[in-house]
Design a protein around this ligand. Structure first.
Ligand code: NCD
Length: 298
C-alpha cells in the first residue's frame, strides 16, 4: 500500500465504481481482449483468486492458473524466481500469493510484466485493502472514520495494509485484540507519527458504541509457530447479536473472510453485516487494478 498516494487510491476506487455494472454482468466489456492474466497462488484462497479470475473474464481476458502447487514444478524444487521469469514470458500480468513475507517485492525483481501482490505472508494484502476502502466508502464514509480492527492484528496482513491506507484519510483507529495478538508496535509507532489517534484494548464491549466500522479478522492459525499458542487465543473475541445491542445504528461490520467463529451467524441478518457485499466488491476493484496495471485504462 505504501506505493500509493491518497489521490491514486481514490482514482482506483473511482475506476472500480465505473466498472461495477460490468462486474454485475449488466454491461459487456472487451477491455482485456487478448490479454493473459496468470494467477500464481502458493497459499489457499477462495475470494482473492476467484474474484481476480472473474474480473479478468468479465473484461474479456484469458486466465492462466498455476492451480495446485502440488501439480506444478515447484514440487520438483523450482525456486520462485525461475517460476516468475518463465510465467512472465507467458502472460501480460501476474497475480502472486505466497506465504513468505516480502515475496511479492522479491518476485517483482524477476518479472518482465506487471505483478500484483495477492498477499505475502503476514505483511501485505493491498488488493484486499482497496476493496475494504471501496466497501467503507460505499457503506459508510472514509473521511472522519472511526474504525476498530479486531482479532489477529499480529499476523493479519489485511489489517496491516488497511492501517497504512486509512492513515492517508486521517481515520481514528482502535485495535482490539488479546495481548498476544497486538498490532506490531512498529505500525502503531508510524501511525502515531502521522498524528493518527490510536487506541488499544482487549474488549469489544468497551468500544462497540463509539465506532462507524468494525473490521473483524480470523486468528491466522497457519502462521503460529506452535499450535498451543493458537489454542490459547483462538476464541477470545466474538461478535454476537447481544454485543450489537450497544452498537450505533449505522455501524457496519466488515471481515475479509473466511470467518471461523468470530462472527455469529445471527449477525448476518442484521443491517450491520457488510462482509458479503464486501466480498463482491473484490470484483470491480480487481477489474480496475487489472485494467490500470495493463494500461488498457489510464
Ligand atoms: C485474507 C487473507 O488471505 O489474508 N483472506 C482474503 O484474502 N479474503 C484473510 C484471512 O485469510 O484470514
Amino acid at each position: 500500500m505504501k506505493d500509493f498516494s491518497r489521490e491514486e487510491i481514490d482514482y482506483v476506487l473511482d475506476t472500480a465504481e465505473k466498472l461495477e455494472p460490468v462486474a454485475r454482468g449488466e454491461i459487456r466489456s472487451r477491455l482485456l481482449d487478448g490479454k493473459i492474466i496468470s494467477l500464481l497462488f502458493f497459499e489457499p484462497s477462495t475470494r482473492t483468486r476467484l474474484s481476480f479470475e472473474v474480473a479478468a473474464r468479465r473484461l474479456g481476458g484469458q486466465v492462466l492458473n498455476l492451480g495446485l502447487v502440488e501439480a506444478s514444478s515447484v514440487m520438483k524444487g523450482e525456486n520462485l524466481a525461475d517460476t516468475i521469469r518463465v510465467i512472465s514470458a507467458y502472460s501480460d500480468l501476474i497475480v502472486l500469493r505466497h506465504p513468505l513475507d516480502g515475496s511479492a517485492r522479491m518476485a517483482s525483481e524477476f518479472t518482465s510484466v506487471p505483478l500484483i501482490n495477492g498477499g505475502d505472508g503476514s505483511i501485505n494484502h493491498p488488493t484486499q485493502t482497496f476493496l475494504d476502502l471501496y466497501t467503507i466508502r460505499r457503506e459508510s464514509h472514509l473521511d472522519g472514520l472511526k474504525i476498530a480492527m479486531a482479532g489477529d492484528l499480529k499476523y493479519g496482513r489485511t489489517v496491516h495494509s488497511l492501517c497504512h491506507a486509512l492513515s492517508l484519510y486521517g481515520a481514528e483507529m482502535t485495535f482490539v485484540s488479546p495481548p498476544e495478538l497486538r498490532m506490531p508496535s512498529e505500525i502503531v509507532r508510524v501511525l502515531r507519527k502521522q498524528n493518527i489517534l490510536v487506541k488499544e484494548t482487549e474488549s469489544l464491549e468497551e468500544i462497540i458504541g463509539d465506532i462507524d466500522v468494525l473490521y473483524m479478522t480470523r486468528v491466522q492459525k497457519e502462521r503460529f509457530p506452535h499450535p498451543v499458542e493458537y489454542e490459547k487465543v483462538s476464541n477470545k473475541l466474538k461478535v454476537t447479536g447481544d454485543l450489537l445491542k450497544a452498537a450505533a445504528p449505522g455501524l457496519k461490520i466488515l471481515h475479509p473472510l473466511p470467518r471461523v467463529n468470530e462472527i455469529s451467524p445471527e449477525v448476518d441478518e442484521t443491517p450491520h453485516a457488510c462482509y458479503l457485499e464486501q466480498a463482491f466488491y473484490g470484483v470491480p476493484i480487481r477489474m480496475a487494478l487489472l485494467a490500470l496495471t495493463t494500461g488498457v485504462i489510464e
